[in-house]
Design a protein around this ligand. Structure first.
Ligand SMILES: Cc1cc2nc3c(=O)[nH]c(=O)nc-3n(C[C@H](O)[C@H](O)[C@H](O)COP(=O)(O)OP(=O)(O)OC[C@H]3O[C@@H](n4cnc5c(N)ncnc54)[C@H](O)[C@@H]3O)c2cc1C
Length: 467
């Protein structure tokens, strides 16, 4: 990047917050999977006004801007290319929780607030923010919004689209659009915030948001439940929905292999007992106490009598419930330790999942007998992390194209999505461009051209190259 632009950036945010040396920029330029590595000048503004100044400079000089929050994207979305021409715009210094309003049940936050910090802050006020997943200690609200993050409580509370009531965005020309009214009803035309949620940094920079809060759950009943097959898991989901209704807040499916691997790779995380008697396990959560609502023990007892459930560990305390969730949330880390795998994040209508798994795993194994799938996900949302590893681990990556082709063919054939929650980024861009409905893609491109005529916002991600 030329020296004149760097000087302007220093004037905009302060010299200390413009990083140009390799040693200083390096931690920002590699993603969580270590697959994507870029080069860029890293700029760390402190507030919306400074973000606006930086984006104005970028627009005037036609310099690409790559917004970055916690850097936990699994699709290379917040990593620039290796040209060294881009500004990596880190939002992490915008980390204020501005207003917890317990009457409106909303919180106003800056984009760089870490998700777990938000959980703690609202809990102190007796409130609950439901978005949660394994990377909650690093992922930030701006990144959660830009990817429309999902996680383990979508079943009950929805994803970020459902949890957001207002946004502040720095547009690609540097103007600041502020819509932080926190209204639950507002039918004055298009709902523009939804355009920016899930746009992966291609339409503007999210700087603040108003998010919905909920009362703290009135209790927790959590169980790890062994079943013979995904089909049995779907039957159990139906039983739980019928009996627990809105109290059913989590329903996660995992291969027993995933649980064993967590314990092997992260020995501090214990299992509640043997798990090899069942090939699949479900983590179920019902958010009430048995005396104030449905009893999970009774629901599971009936499912056991009906032959749906084979084994179950019911958490006896909040600590044990947290330990069960820790197992689930540590699967990606455990997989990474055995050599990582090809991350797939697909969604289907729930009823189609057992047959999809059956057919797709068989097709893949016929083609690649050394395959080592790690299958788990948010079954209650029809979302599977259909991750494909191999022994040895390099084989899956060497055959990536063929593995993804089969996986996506089977997904699309059933009207599913190739990205349920992680987004497209760099990793899935080519497949997305091939598979997306042409008219939908055309509309997306038109919106991007209208808002960002100079093509500065996160080029190389999601949308096709313009030049
Ligand atoms: C162990 C693990 C478990 C995970 N589990 C889940 C899960 O269950 N559900 C789920 O949805 N995801 C999950 N993820 C993926 C990831 O954590 C989410 O996509 C998360 O929302 C990304 O947040 P981040 O702060 O790390 O964003 P980043 O990775 O920094 O950025 C993500 C994208 O958003 C853009 N962006 C970032 N900040 C802004 C901003 N302020 N304005 C505009 N654009 C911006 C970036 O350019 C990039 O395209 C998981 C990841 C890991 C490592």
């Amino acid at each position: 990047m030329n020296a004149e632009i760097i000087e302007k950036l220093k004037a905009a945010v302060g010299e200390k917050y413009v990083l140009t040396e390799d040693e200083a920029t390096k931690p920002f330029l590699v993603d969580w999977t270590k697959r994507f590595v870029g080069r860029a000048v890293v700029v760390r503004p402190a507030n919306t006004e400074e973000v606006s100044r930086v984006v104005r400079i970028a627009n005037e000089t036609q310099t690409p801007v790559v917004p970055q929050a916690g850097g936990t994207t699994l699709v290379g979305g917040s990593i620039p290319d290796d040209s060294g021409n881009a500004i990596l715009l880190s939002l992490s210094r915008l980390n204020k929780i501005e207003d917890i309003d317990t009457v409106n049940d909303t919180v106003t936050v800056e984009a760089g607030v870490i998700l777990e910090d938000l959980h703690k802050a609202v809990e102190e006020k007796g409130r609950f923010f439901p978005l949660s997943f394994g990377a909650k200690g690093s992922a930030e609200i701006g990144g959660n919004l830009a990817t429309n993050a999902g996680g383990t409580a979508v079943l009950r509370y929805g994803n970020m689209r459902d949890l957001c009531l207002g946004l502040e965005v720095v547009l690609p020309d540097g103007r600041i659009w502020t819509a932080l009214r926190g209204l639950r009803k507002d039918n004055t035309g298009y709902d523009l915030k939804q355009l920016f949620i899930g746009s992966e940094g291609t339409l503007g920079v999210i700087t603040r948001a108003v998010l919905k809060l909920y009362p703290q759950p009135i209790g927790n009943q959590t169980a790890l439940v062994g079943v013979e097959s995904p089909d049995a898991a779907v039957k159990l989901l139906n039983e739980c929905r019928t009996a627990a209704g809105p109290y059913l807040t989590g329903f996660e499916l995992m291969q027993s292999k995933c649980l064993v691997r967590v314990h092997e790779q992260l020995p501090d995380i214990g299992l509640p007992g043997p798990v090899d008697d069942c090939p699949w396990w479900v983590l179920v959560e019902v958010s009430c106490s048995p005396d104030s609502g449905p009893s999970l023990e009774e629901i599971l007892g009936k499912a056991f009598e009906d032959g749906i459930v084979k084994n179950a560990y019911l958490a006896q305390s909040l600590k044990e419930s947290e330990a069960f969730w820790k197992i689930r949330e540590s699967i990606p880390e455990a997989d990474a330790r055995v050599g990582n795998n090809l991350h797939n994040d697909i969604s289907l209508k729930i009823a189609l999942i057992p047959e999809f798994l059956d057919v797709t795993v068989r097709r893949l194994k016929d083609a690649y007998p050394w395959l080592d799938p790690s299958l788990y996900g948010h079954l209650g949302d029809g979302n599977l992390h259909f991750n494909i590893g191999s022994i040895p681990s390099n084989l899956a990556f060497e055959n990536e194209e063929g593995i993804r082709k089969i996986t996506y063919e089977e997904t699309v054939k059933r009207n599913g999505s190739i990205s349920a929650e992680h987004g497209i980024g760099q990793l899935k861009r080519e497949h997305f461009l091939q598979l997306k409905d042409p008219l939908e893609l055309e509309l997306m491109v038109k919106i991007s051209h209208a808002l960002d005529p100079n093509d500065i916002m996160n080029p190389g991600k999601l949308l096709p190259d313009r030049k």
